[in-house]
Design a protein around this ligand. Sequence first.
Ligand code: PLP
Length: 400
Amino acid sequence: MSFIASRLSAIKPSPTIAVTQKARDLKAAGRDVIGLGAGEPDFDTPGHVIEAAAKAMAAGETRYTPVNGTPAVREAIAAKFKRENGLDYTPDQIQVACGGKQIIFNALMATLDPGDEVIIPAPYWVSYPDIALLFGGKPVTVDCPAENGFKMRPEQLEAAITPKTKWLILNSPSNPSGAGYTRADIKALTDVLLKHPHVWVMSDDIYEHVVYDDFAFATPAQVEPGLWDRTLTMNGVSKAYCMTGWRVGYCGGPDALIKAMTKVQSQSTTHTSSISQAAAAAALNGPQDFIAANNAVFKDRRDLVVGMLNQAKGLSCPTPEGAFYVYPSCAGAIGRKAPDGKIIESDDDFVTGLLEAEGVAAVQGSAFGLSPHFRISYATSTELLEEACRRIQRFCGSLT
Ligand SMILES: Cc1ncc(COP(=O)(O)O)c(C=O)c1O
């Protein structure tokens, strides 16, 4: 018998972290590797945020804070929800955690009983199914192919709901596809949810600000106020504010849920760093103009990558509305032979072959629940992206 708890056998370590580590290891061993696996902006945290953190430290903000976050950061978050989303949450209806990931962890731990179902549109962020499984939940994944813009249709949601459904997890713009749900797309889904009062929605809005081409972000509690009391609106500073390492995520939700999630967190991390909370308050309250500047760079990179990948033999790459990922199909490469004689039978084989032949690390679509695709993060320098795309074109061209 293993010493390790059986609940862990149901889950796997984050595949995106694994790819990033593999690329790092190969680089350390002297290989020329371009890592396109990481989901973090390559821009630095803005200077005024760093200054706020230094000031907080010097002012003695180095002690335990309330579990759900300092009053200052929760007030900044409540103001953000009002200003940007038209949502009313009191500071007591807000929780701050060690990243958006811990918010999801807290919410699912606080609500899932064994066998409870969580509807997850695929392709999905890698952690949703595994966190649900960790707490005995049953992920119900719904295929949302490229033909549907990688978005879930209302009839698919209707068909997936059972008496056991507890949550729908919605993520727009999406990791890994970059697909963004319009207000009308969300309304079509919230109309379905209105008919099923036992189903809650968790909206993962972490890429809210990383959007292009006039895409207008919307979130379910704003689109359908009738769902406010069964919506958890999740967000964080990792992506838009280039603060992945600071570990600050947050959410707004009904009192009873926030209370239960706070109970969970009080027995785990207690809270995220007091200094990070001060930094997050400064990020949310401070100037926002750098976000548009960063997005302009991301947009150029997106266009570069989409253009170059669509010129690669056997690839087809839709243009995403947001986030910093593309999710091309490699269907045209399946069944072909690589120069080393191996047949590409899956997207796993495709990314393995690409890494071995050309030193480009991407993440296989199977990790995100929709194949045959692969994910590229374009949150890396334009020069490296150009070189990576040239290598991908060469790899695809070498398949026979
Ligand atoms: C869709 C999505 N949600 C949540 C997170 C969690 O981010 P963090 O824990 O850094 O706030 C990520 C990070 O990659 C993500 O892509």
